[in-house]
Structures are given as C-alpha cells and as structure tokens.
Design a binder for this molecule. Structure first.
Ligand SMILES: Cc1cc2nc3c(=O)[nH]c(=O)nc-3n(C[C@H](O)[C@H](O)[C@H](O)COP(=O)(O)OP(=O)(O)OC[C@H]3O[C@@H](n4cnc5c(N)ncnc54)[C@H](O)[C@@H]3O)c2cc1C
Length: 393
C-alpha cells in the first residue's frame, strides 16, 4: 500500500484546501455540530457542488466530475479536517446515488442524479420498520402490482430527513416467498404521492431529524422499480455496503479532531488549580483513545486499498463503523467525566462549556451504535464472514 499523493493529487488537495479556506466560515461550521439548520446545509452542498467537489468520481454527464476515487477520498478528508458541515443530502449522495448508479436504468440515472448532487432534491431511506430493523428481511410493507403501478401500504420508522425529502428508497415485500429475502422489491417513491404521511420523532438531543412514515395505497409507477421485482435484497445490499463504507470515509479524521479537542479540554479544565491532564487515570484513558484512533486510521487505509484496487467495499467498512461508533461514545463520555457537573449543561445555559456542545455530542453519540447497523449485529457479521466462526442462530 502506497498512499503518498502523486503531484496532481497534491495539487488537487491544495485546490480543495484553498477553496475551503475561502468559503468556510464559522456560522457554516457550526452546522457541523449536528443541529438541523436545513437551508444552511442545503446551501453548503450547492456551493460544494458548484466548486466541483460533490460526486467527484461520478460521471460528468450526470453532474459529477468524472474524477478518481482518490480525489473523492481527498475531498472527504479535507472536508473533515476543515470541520465542514456534513452534506445535507447524505442518503442521496452516499446510499441512493451509488445504488442508482449501480442498478438504475439510464432514464433513472438522468432523472435523479443531477438534482441529488445539487441538493435540489433530498432523499431518505425507508428500510427499517417497527420489528424489522436488524432483521431487515422480515419487513412487511407490501407492494402489489396493479397495471403499470405498484400499490404500496405499510409503515416505516426512523426515516432520517423524510420531512424534507422529495424521494425515498423504499424496500417492500411483493411476495411472501419461501425465503424472506426472495420476495423483496426495491422502489423509488415520490414523497409527494398521495398516501404518504410523515410524522416527526423527537430525539434525546431535542432535534427531530428522523420520522415515522405511513404509506396507504401509495401508487408507484413501474418506471420507479430499481432492479428486478423480487430482486430487492441484492439492491439493498449495495445500499448497505455503501452506507457502512462511506460512514468510514472521513470519520477517522473527525475522531482525530474530537480527540484533539478532548486533549485540549483535559489541559484547560482545572480542579483546585490542577489541570485534569495531570491525573494518571485521565492520561491513561486518553492514551487508550489515541491508540484506538490510530488503529481505525490503519484499518481505514486497508479498506481504501481494497477499493482502489477495484474491489467492492468489504467487511473493513463494518470494522470501522463498529470502531468509530464505540470510540466516539468513549470520547464523549470522557469529556463529560472531565467536565463534572458543568458537562451536563445544555446549549444556552450561561455556564455551559462550549455552549453545550459536549453535552449535545454525548447525547447524539448514543445513536452511533444503533444507526447503520448495531454494534451487536456488526460483531455477528465480523464473526461469521471475516473470522469464519459458526453461526449463532
Ligand atoms: C439516528 C438514527 C437514524 C436512522 N436512520 C434510518 C433511516 O434513515 N432509514 C432507515 O431505514 N433506518 C434508519 N435507522 C434505523 C436503524 O437502521 C435501526 O435502528 C437499526 O437497524 C436497528 O434496528 P432496530 O432499531 O429495529 O433494533 P432491533 O433490530 O430490534 O435490535 C434491538 C437490539 O437487539 C440486538 N439484536 C438484534 N438482532 C440481533 C442478533 N441477531 N444478534 C445479536 N443482537 C441482536 C440489536 O443489536 C439491538 O441491541 C436509524 C436509526 C438511528 C438510531
């Protein structure tokens, strides 16, 4: 593995850095804290796209840049290092887009990819249902073929961004076939269709970034079928592989930054005039986190090397997702321990350190080990598919 940048790649990196220096201000950066300022984040994605840094490796005729995967990685790393906000259309860019590029018809690609890149149309992912999260193949939302349409009825849950989305990648059941996987069909659903109802769910952070979604006799034209009728599981696996792989891109850099902030916090938080960093137990906890961030970086490079050699994202994505979610929780927990009672003060409280950012980060991090595959399920995947251990069930 050689990850030193070629002269052109180094020039490209400098170009991205220069653009970020000139275009990223603190107000935009604050959106990175996770609060749901949708229009600010939409505007940010538009500007990133206009600068040529969205869909870097996607085809030019679809609004991408026709660049290399390495350039895509450089953009992600520089964005994370500059603490740029996450792109608004996360599901469009990192899940729906790659799935449409892999399985879509030319018409679907031409219709959906350009507005997705510009954040003109936001996407959501309707996979999870009450009682069908980890065991996705047990889902029950039905799609019945009626003439040129599918008629869809059922309920989805935890649908991130459904309240601002125009399109949904929806996994449905068209057949109660012998095996649960065989009867699934993957549809692209217009969220403005009659029969789609979205109800927000408020999270522990106070934000409402995800929703319940009710579908009652929603008519979806056959042209919006992605893949084959009954072939939805294969298409869904493309989405999930990209979800876990892209979750890993840039996350290591963000973990490194969070860790640096934690180290600064330990040096500047005083108890009886003594910095918390003088405590050997605190030093030990931070040293452990440094080791874990480094292990994650090296594992990320292993995954990247595989993809650069033209292979599909592999189980390294699951390793990094698992490492990142638990590491992020430990960094947030350590920060709250260092701050003592002040750490629990929320945004807007007079004495809240960093205006409650640590408290917010702690609460938001609880979801990290659930979203995109729970830690228990990822451990199962690693045990069975990487280590070849016998199946537990
Ligand atoms: C912030 C956030 C955003 C999300 N956004 C979306 C979205 O946009 N679209 C979407 O479709 N979904 C979304 N989800 C849903 C997410 O994918 C599911 O929550 C996740 O797959 C877990 O499913 P579940 O909640 O039904 O839990 P369950 O599957 O019911 O699991 C409950 C517990 O049992 C454990 N468990 C389950 N099966 C096993 C097993 N075989 N072995 C060991 N332990 C097991 C789990 O690890 C967990 O601890 C989001 C979730 C969160 C938290």
């Amino acid at each position: 593995m050689d990850f030193s940048l070629s002269p052109e790649e180094a020039r490209f990196r400098d170009q991205v850095r220069g653009w970020l220096r000139d275009n990223l201000d603190d107000r935009t950066r604050e959106a990175a804290a996770g609060h749901d300022d949708i229009e600010l984040r939409r505007d940010w994605q538009r500007r990133v796209h206009e600068a040529g840094f969205a869909g870097v490796s996607w085809p030019r005729e679809l609004g991408g840049q026709g660049g290399t995967l390495m350039q895509e990685v450089i953009v992600n790393q520089e964005m994370a290092a500059a603490r740029a906000p996450d792109m608004l259309n996360v599901i469009g860019l990192y899940m729906a887009g790659p799935t449409i590029l892999a399985h879509g018809t030319p018409e679907q690609k031409a219709r959906h990819i350009p507005p997705l890149l510009r954040a003109d149309e936001i996407w959501c992912q309707g996979f999870s249902e009450p009682n069908s999260g980890s065991d996705l193949a047990s889902l029950r939302t039905r799609a019945v073929i009626d003439g040129d349409d599918f008629v869809v009825s059922g309920q989805k849950v935890w649908t991130t961004l459904a309240h601002v989305s125009r399109w949904c990648i929806l996994l449905t059941r068209t057949d109660s076939a012998e095996t649960a996987h065989a009867g699934l069909t993957y549809l692209i659903v217009d969220m403005q269709s009659p029969g789609v109802e979205v109800r927000p769910l408020r999270q522990i952070t106070g934000d409402a970034e995800f929703n319940e979604m009710y579908l009652t006799d929603v008519r979806v034209p056959r042209a919006n079928l992605l893949g084959a009728v009954g072939g939805g599981w294969r298409v869904a696996m493309t989405t999930l592989m990209h979800e876990r792989a892209t979750l890993g891109v840039g996350l290591q850099v963000r973990s490194r930054i969070a860790l640096d902030e934690l180290r600064a916090l330990a040096r500047t938080t005083l108890v009886d005039g003594v910095p918390r960093s003088a405590d050997p137990v605190v030093r030990q906890r931070i040293a452990q986190l440094v080791i874990e961030v480094e292990a994650m970086r090296i594992n990320g490079l292993r995954g990247l090397s595989r993809v650069l050699q033209g292979e599909q994202p592999g189980p390294e994505g699951s390793v990094n997702k698992l490492m990142w979610s638990e590491l992020n929780q430990r960094i947030a927990e350590t920060a709250l321990d260092l701050l003592g009672p002040y750490g629990t003060l929320a945004e807007g409280e007079e004495r809240a350190p960093r205006n409650g950012r640590w408290a917010y980060g702690y609460l938001r991090s609880r979801a990290n080990s659930i979203e995109g595959g729970t830690s228990e399920v990822l451990r199962n995947i690693l045990a069975e598919r990487v280590l070849g251990l016998p199946r537990g069930r």
